[in-house]
Write a protein that binds this ligand. Structure first.
Ligand code: ADP
Ligand code: MG
Length: 281
């Protein structure tokens, strides 16, 4: 298997005076090149700490993290690792630096010291790939949250990373903005082959992923396809994840003796599941 990221027995401990807090506790997994992975977990489960380890921002207290075979612990590999793995954070306002959209997207490639013609090309491509090309001359703060976050993603894409890690990129967005981001990520994954690691506490956002990892208290407690993960409503609820109302409804029906599955998410699929259960009765 071709892995872009390999995590082996990774530990991360925060030290505060004589107190140590283990935020990531002996975690091991691989991320396959070209895949779309969602890491689900409630607040404080260690997602952001893990994310920062995956692009070398945080060095593992113990264990090993390899990015494209490169050991992220080595000081002299930092730039190379960051070029391969781009990070997008929660708040788009903190990630936008320029007052014109295209200047903002150009910031990263400029720092890479690329030729102006190459920069121009990359900025245009990146803006098109997130569906924001027509806004290239706009002022970011006049845009919606979802649009601003897509500009932030374009800024990272313009540096042509192989992998994108997004740490709750939709947490500050309205439902429309959230949908725009998730669709954009799937498009980038399919059309550009960019490996996506999406961190979220919204279970709905895991629907079309290849794989879902559930994190709790610094540990990966489940790792499977979305369909398999969503069958286990009890587990998700037990780790404080909010289950979509459609799943909640199916779960309640199941507990009331209806023969329904809980592994569908869309309203249409839910309606179909209920309709066939009613026919059976
Ligand atoms: P998540 O992103 O899932 O909310 P974090 O990785 O931010 O989780 O935090 C994991 C745990 O580590 C939490 O218990 C949090 O309180 C703790 N933590 C996070 N940042 C620090 C820090 N700078 N110093 C000490 N503890 C921290
Ligand atoms: Mg976090």
């Amino acid at each position: 298997m071709d892995n872009i990221i390999e995590v082996r027995n990774a530990v991360y401990e925060y030290t505060d005076g004589d107190q140590t807090h283990r935020a990531v506790d002996n975690v091991s997994f691989n991320i396959e090149r070209g895949s779309f992975t969602v890491i689900l977990g409630h607040n404080g489960s260690g997602k952001s700490t893990l994310a920062k380890m995956l692009n070398g921002l945080f060095k593992a207290t113990d264990g090993e993290i390899l990015v494209d075979g490169i050991d992220t612990k080595k000081e002299d590999t930092e730039i190379e690792v960051k070029r391969k793995v781009g990070m997008v954070f929660q708040n788009p306002d903190n990630q936008l630096v320029a007052s014109i959209v295209e200047e903002d997207v150009a910031f990263g490639p400029e720092n890479l010291g690329l030729e102006p013609t190459v920069i121009r090309q990359r900025v245009d491509d990146a803006l098109k790939s997130v569906g924001m090309y027509e806004f290239r001359q706009s002022t970011p703060h006049h845009l919606s949250g979802g649009q601003k976050q897509r500009i932030a993603i374009a800024g990272i894409i313009a540096m042509e990373p192989e992998c994108l890690i997004l740490d709750e990129p939709t947490a500050m967005l309205d439902p429309v903005g959230r949908k725009e981001i998730i669709e954009t990520l799937h498009k980038l994954n399919k059309e550009k082959g960019i490996t996506v690691v999406l961190i979220t506490h919204y279970m709905e956002e895991a629907e079309n992923a290849d794989r879902v990892m559930v994190m709790n208290d610094g540990v990966i407690i489940d790792d499977n396809t979305p369909k398999e993960i969503f069958k286990n409503v009890e587990l998700l609820k037990s780790v404080g994840l909010s289950v979509p109302q459609t799943t909640e409804l199916l779960y309640a029906l199941k507990q009331n003796g209806f023969n329904v599955t809980t592994d569908v998410l869309s309203i249409e699929e839910t309606a179909d599941v209920i309709a066939s259960a009613l026919e059976e009765k």
